[in-house]
Design a protein around this ligand. Structure first.
Ligand code: ADP
Length: 659
């Protein structure tokens, strides 16, 4: 919210004087409290010890009376007849009316015991009279309280001013929603900025129409959906689409992330939801956008025994449901939410009347990628040779956000070259950078290590060149980038299905780096960690999810609902678990020996490629063909069923190896 927090700079100096006055008052009170015991009470009285009292006063029978004050100090009054005595003269001159002396005591009992002991030979009648008084210092008590509160007030005020919370709000306003509001004048995103996503755009168009002209719908008694969920992988333009809806409809847009509701304080989430809807109702018609709604909307009760902190999330979710039920259908507040895990959402959240519209956004296909490139190239100074269609072909599996990032990186690279326009190589460099991270030419690598890396990468390249189930290899490099020391780039085909042999080929190619090391150097290095991790993961999915293993059979333990805590509740018996482990190991071992056999057969090509890599560091596709010959005909049984839905495997766009 952009509410004015601290208006009116005028009167600032007046405020400051006021604060200084307070400071003086506090200081004064403190000083008074510290000094008052010195000024009052024992003022002018000579302080002595019990022993001095016993020897000098009591034994000479000089004491007229003793007065015990507040059970903590004793005031001694000297007989008038001793006023001229040299020992008592100074005390009399200071306090004529008495008391002349005082001493402190540990306890009444101790004092009385000592006095009895000292006067044991004196008859009762001649003993020094002792009286007890309580001196009430009520004003000091009150002052103490006032001062305590004043100090607390002062310190709190100081803290609040010194440490404001997020967005300039005080740290103590945690119950307030921290959604950012984009006013309608400022929402500049339109559908023209969203490339591709035609179906999704068509669906949200209805919402735009409703926000613009609600009567067209309400006249006929139609009910407009209150909530719409945008589902898709990260970077596919969910936020962008929501903003475009607000921009097209010219309505204010509240944006908040689901995780912002879940704080460490109990009850904060629910109160933030309430506050958000309150704010939204003041700006009707408007759009509320909740990103990462799975942070609060996850199925209730899931993993409850693992994490008792779920209560807070549940109460936040309940509040959200209550708010959504609470506002009428046609009030003009529309809630858009985004997630990449729709299967995890609580069914109560997605039932009719709440988030009943689901819009799927998928990774862009080739023509959509070309359109996204075009949108993001609008502001850039491009060389004429740039071919958008080619760039789109080179970036399968990239999301809209990746493409936006590539365009920006290319411009930065060209700027660093001090060029007048962005050329093709800037884009290639940008793609590499987005995929594998920044080149690290400064990384110190010994000649020996470089040989290992070269053979490792050459191993990947040779095996993937020979196996039909692996995506086309486009580049091999031993230039360190990001965390990896070398990489092989592939161009994945946009397929919806992969068959078992393609999986096996992929396992084999991924293990080929380590196989090459063993074959050539007789020893393996630590560089294959990333490969091994991928292989293990892939073999696991083959056996446990896709039912590829003969012994386990066509069963899948995949949990699409996300309800199961696999760490604790295994859906299979221990015996099956052991068999799964055995089959995974066998699968990986087979792939590894196949890779080694292939490399041994093609050792000449392996060495040629590795030596070439050592010389050049990067080898592109054409040169690969020169060294390895034409890629063998790819006959593996590829199934082309483009209608089958996603999620079967992740397109392998990342470099295949750690080295
Ligand atoms: P999500 O919310 O799905 O994670 P965003 O909407 O935040 O992704 O997208 C991030 C950025 O990616 C956007 O700001 C935009 O620049 C770019 N982008 C994503 N999809 C598209 C698209 N379809 N057209 C144009 N740009 C896109």
């Amino acid at each position: 919210m952009k509410k004015e927090q601290n208006p009116a700079p005028k009167g600032k100096s007046g405020k400051r004087t006021f604060r200084w006055a307070w400071l003086w008052i506090y200081g004064g009170m403190l000083l008074y409290l510290v000094l008052s015991p010195l000024l009052t009470g024992s003022g002018g009285v000579t302080e002595i010890t019990w022993q001095q009292f016993a020897v000098k006063i009591l034994s000479r029978k000089a004491a007229a009376k003793l007065q015990v004050i507040n059970k903590e100090r004793v005031e001694v009054y000297i007989k008038k007849s001793f006023a001229t005595d040299t020992a008592f003269k100074p005390a009399f001159s200071r306090a004529d009316g008495g008391p002349q002396y005082m001493f402190t005591i540990g306890s009444i009992e101790g004092f009385e015991r000592n006095l009895d002991e000292a006067e044991k030979n004196i008859p009762m009648n001649d003993r020094v009279p002792v009286s007890y008084t309580e001196e009430s210092s009520w004003w000091r008590g009150i002052l103490g309280w006032i001062l305590t509160f004043a100090i607390i007030y002062f310190v709190m005020g100081f803290l609040l001013r010194r440490f404001p919370g997020e967005g300039g709000k005080s740290v103590f306003s945690f119950g307030r929603s921290n959604a950012t509001l984009i006013e309608k004048e400022h929402s500049t995103v339109t559908f023209a900025d969203v490339a591709g996503l035609e179906e999704a755009k068509a669906e949200v168009l209805e919402i735009v129409d409703f926000l613009k002209k609600p009567d067209t719908f309400t006249r006929l008694g139609a009910k407009i959906p209150k909530g719409v969920i945008l589902i898709g992988p990260p970077g596919t333009g969910k936020t962008l689409l929501a903003k475009a809806v607000a921009g097209e409809a010219q309505v204010p847009f509240f944006s908040i992330s689901g995780s912002a509701f879940v704080e460490m304080f109990v009850g904060v989430g629910a109160s933030r939801v309430r506050d958000l809807f309150q704010q939204a109702k003041e700006k009707v018609p408007c759009i509320i956008f909740i990103d990462e709604i799975d942070a609060i909307g996850r199925t209730r009760g899931r993993g409850a025994f693992l994490n008792s902190g779920n209560d807070e999330r549940e109460s936040t979710l309940n509040q959200l449901l209550t708010e959504m039920d609470g506002f009428g259908t046609n009030t003009g507040v529309i809630v858009l939410a985004a997630t990449n895990r729709a299967d995890m959402l609580d069914t109560a959240l997605v039932r009719p009347g709440r988030f009943d519209r689901h819009i799927y956004l998928e990774l862009p296909n080739r023509s959509e990628r070309a359109a996204i490139f075009s949108v993001h190239m609008q502001g850039l100074k491009l060389d004429k040779t740039i071919d958008v269609a080619l760039l789109a072909a080179e970036t399968p599996g990239f999301s809209g956000a990746d493409i936006a990032n590539i365009c920006n990186e290319a411009a930065l690279i060209a700027a660093r070259r001090k060029a007048t326009a962005i050329v093709k190589s800037d884009f290639s460099e940008a793609i590499d950078r987005v995929v594998a991270g920044l080149e690290k030419k400064s990384k110190i690598i010994s000649a020996e290590e470089k040989r290992v890396i070269a053979y490792h990468e050459a191993g990947h390249a040779v095996v993937s060149w020979l196996l039909p189930g692996v995506d086309a290899l486009v580049k091999v490099s031993i230039v360190p980038r990001g965390k990896s020391l070398g990489a092989a780039w592939y161009l994945p085909e946009e397929k919806q299905l992969r068959n078992e042999s393609a999986f096996r080929d992929h396992l084999c190619a991924t293990l080929a780096g380590r196989a090459a090391e063993e074959l050539v150097f007789g020893e393996v290095s630590s560089g294959a960690l990333d490969d091994l991790e991928k292989v293990t993961q892939e073999a696991y999915t083959m056996v446990v999810y896709y039912g590829f293993d003969k012994k386990i059979g066509p069963v899948s333990y995949y949990d699409s609902t996300g309800q199961r805590e696999t760490a604790i509740q295994k859906p299979y018996s221990d015996a099956t678990g052991e068999l799964i482990d055995k089959q995974i190991r066998a699968l990986v071992a087979d792939a590894y020996s196949a890779a080694k056999a292939l490399l041994a057969e093609n050792r000449g090509a392996l060495e040629k490629l590795a030596e070439c890599l050592l010389k050049q560091e990067v080898i592109e596709k054409d040169q690969l063909e020169d060294i390895l010959g034409k890629r063998p005909a790819l006959e593996a049984g590829k199934v082309q069923l483009t209608t089958v839905k996603q999620e079967l495997y992740e397109p392998a766009t990342e470099p295949s190896a750690n080295i």
